[in-house]
Design a protein around this ligand. Structure first.
Ligand code: ADP
Length: 355
């Protein structure tokens, strides 16, 4: 097993005046045994970064090392990695056993060793009873497990996952997430996992890399990223519904939000143009004393209700307990804020400002 070191990695596509740069200098140190998720919206460069680690894309600048060895010019097959794709790409005419054994046969691993490794992986993935089936005789979830089995039998130093759960329905995705966690606990192989789904990232990651437009916005544990987002982008991307972000001008004890001037619930870190952030679960509805929120819409989600309203022109969401009596649409209610959970960002740089 091995650490992965990504140093100032850049990717450009095309040549001459048609060059476009899609990765703008990413730095990340992934420890041996660590499970790191790369998350961000479609087109932000997650797959490109992963494919550069795999060796499927050339690196335009910077350095990638696996287990202390710089692999910039090392062929994918020589990098001691195994990749699991969204599209499982199983051989339809081969049995589950042969699909899992195929890479080892090509690598001329002795047949007894192949059998031992496939049986072991099948045991871990609960595929033992399915080894003689063809892929068409399997469910989507089972095919996914075969694809993972194919990676496991190679006993690589690193697993690279490229949106492996995207083809599964919601329930199966949740179940497979748990299986991948268990697998990581058992095998401890250093893993990089790409997804656009922030829930998947939060639940799987030991640390997550949040990417936006070819840049790394933040790297940290799910708790750190959720509780102390480094930028407004991270604040808005991680968490559902997203963090409320209100732009305004802080002046002393007042906050001017394009219209109303409101008393600050807690001192701002400084005067001037700032963005205040508060997650929906850290806001509540009261009768009086707080900022006026005009209710526009309510969603009942079972355990909770989401109350959507406006402060001046700005949208604001509050999460309340589903058993509570909700306000009526059009009501103006009083917003209570848990001031221990207020976030502040610089309006110009969009970077977090510590109080
Ligand atoms: P993600 O995985 O986050 O959805 P990608 O890594 O696939 O994003 O793509 C990042 C950016 O690079 C996108 O803007 C995409 O259009 C661009 N891109 C990807 N592959 C190529 C290519 N072969 N040529 C030019 N641009 C590409």
């Amino acid at each position: 097993m091995a650490a992965i070191s990504i140093k100032n990695v850049i990717k450009r596509y095309g040549a001459g005046h048609k060059t476009t740069q899609v990765i703008h200098g990413v730095d990340a140190e992934i420890a041996d045994h660590e499970f790191v998720v790369i998350v961000g919206p479609s087109g932000c460069g997650k797959s490109t970064l992963l494919r550069m680690v795999a060796g499927l894309e050339e690196i335009s600048g910077g350095e990638i090392a696996i287990g202390g060895r710089v692999v910039n010019d090392v062929e994918p097959a020589e990098r001691d990695i195994a990749m699991v794709f969204q599209n499982y790409a199983l051989y339809p005419h081969m049995s589950v056993f042969d699909n899992m054994a195929y890479g080892l046969k090509i690598a001329k691993v002795p047949i007894a060793e192949i059998k031992t490794r496939v049986d072991k992986a099948a045991g871990i993935l609960q595929l033992g009873a399915l080894l003689q089936r063809k892929p068409r005789e399997l469910s989507g979830g089972q095919r996914q497990r075969v694809a993972m089995g194919r990676a496991i039998v190679r006993e690589p130093q690193v697993f690279l996952f490229d949106e492996p759960l995207s083809n599964l329905d919601a329930k199966l995705r949740a179940q497979t997430r748990l299986e991948i966690q268990k697998l990581h606990r058992e095998l401890g192989v250093t893993s990089l996992f790409v997804t656009h789904d922030q829930v998947e990232a939060m639940t799987l990651a030991e640390r997550m890399i949040v990417m936006n437009a070819g840049r790394m916005e933040q790297i940290g544990t799910p708790e750190a990223v959720y509780q102390r987002p480094a930028t407004t982008f991270v604040a808005g991307f991680i968490g559902s519904p997203p963090m409320n972000l209100l732009q305004g001008t802080a002046a002393g004890a007042q906050f001017n939000v394009a219209g109303p001037s409101l008393p600050l619930p807690a001192p701002a870190p400084r005067d001037g143009e700032l963005i205040m952030g508060l997650r929906p679960e850290h806001a509540d509805l009261g009768d009086n004393g707080g900022w006026p929120l005009k209710v526009e819409m309510i969603e009942m989600l079972g355990a909770e209700r989401l109350v959507y309203g406006r402060i001046g022109d700005a949208l604001f969401t509050v999460r309340i307990d589903g058993t509570r009596h909700p306000p009526a649409i059009g009501d103006v209610v009083s917003l209570r804020m848990d001031t221990a959970h207020l976030h502040w960002f610089d309006a110009a740089t969009q970077q977090r400002v510590e109080p």
